[in-house]
Design a binder for this molecule. Sequence first.
Ligand code: 2AM
Length: 483
Amino acid sequence: MGNDDARATIGLTGLATMGRNLARNIARNGHTIAVHNRTTSKMTALIDEFGDEGDFVGCESLEDLVAAVERPRAIVIMVKAGEATDAVVDELVPLLDEGDIVVDAGNAHYRDTLRRQEALEEKGLHFVGMGVSGGEEGALNGPSIMVGGSDHAYEVLQPVVESIAADVDGTPCCAHIGHDGAGHFVKMVHNGIEYADMQLIAESYDLLRSVAGMTPAEVADVFEEWNGGDLESFLIEMTADVLRHTDAETGEPFVDVVRDAAEQKGTGRWTVQDALDLGVPITGIAEATFARSLSGHTEQRAAAREMFSTTPEEVDVDRDSFVDQVRAALYASKVVAYAQGFDQIAAGAEERGWDIDLGEVATIWRGGCIIRAQFLDRIREAYADEPDLTTLLTTPYFAEAVTDGVDAWREVIVAAVRGGVPTPAFSSSLAYFDGLRRDRLPAALIQALRDDFGAHTYERVDREGTFHTRWAEEGRPEEQVSD
Ligand code: 2AM
């Protein structure tokens, strides 16, 4: 296919908010970009409104889009994940030439990315799953970008993606995470961690309000103060802002006029499903996901409210020290949630043969994305000191935070339990920590029971080998099943 008129460095189809903002970001950074949308009016609107921000080539058809881009072509697809992406890929592929690169910048499941990558590879094309975090604002002003796909494709894309990503201390928040689906996989876990982060913040707010009796505005002040320390992050800052907001219509705190049923688009669920497959206990993310589900079970909640008392139990706490305790509990639980998320990335990389640099993941999450936080610098440092880290929990900085905070963590959960305030993420994170550091776990009893009812065998603490006890026989003789 001849394309003598091709002058764009990159093409992009799908100009809803995210695609439009990403296109503007690319153009603003000096790259000529060809833009297309199924409904042409969105393309012309972009050029009418923002055409002076950079060098756009408006294209009315996918054929025009393909013809406008220099070879090897890089064409970004930014449409709804799932069927829409498949439809656009199917339409685009016959128009491309060998060596061209199709980039899916949507929120695809990494398994879909693997499937598409295999299909395109057979046709001599590169398929790149690219996770873009930071919402609409990030897409426009600098997101965190997690790129999968081949080394060659990354070499072609690098100048564009690095220039549009957020920047922290001169380092772009963008990396080639690993091959094929690695970018979308890491983006998925990022979103899972975001669920845990938000749930922990929500539990902290609930405790300060329901146990310590603070108003939303007072809680906002607490979050603002926390944002000046170790907890400094985009979400903590935003929480202070949201809690201070008053509903214009009713004059009530805004948080009180919002219906308390949290929704999800599914990436938290994907993360938990994947963790179950990998056998990685990401209890913080799982509880956060289930807490959203519970909040949405309106009928069951109504039935329970009718049956049981809804009056919170009074718990006597000293407000100032409780605020400090909640801060410590939040930080320790956050350490657990991130340690679990990074475990999942390590396990996924191992299982699927991706060479993922966990320190690099922490580095590119420092800016642009929803979970951006000072904390990620500590994680980056931990992996720099020890690249094959077994768990983030035991690195000196985090170990100290957890050790220093553990008494407060327990006190807060005791107060929550006494007061009837649900803190599933706080509680499960503490249980995870206690489980990990326990000398002996009751898993020994589980193994014995499994051997009794199902002859599933067990290992012993004092000898090598696999054993089975013949429970039904007199004297319960033990036999060695294997070495
Ligand atoms: P539209 O403006 O023509 O609806 C978000 O939905 C974006 O994905 C929009 O730009 C939308 O185009 C595009 N989109 C959704 N489904 C599509 C499909 N099957 N083919 C092409 N574009 C699609």
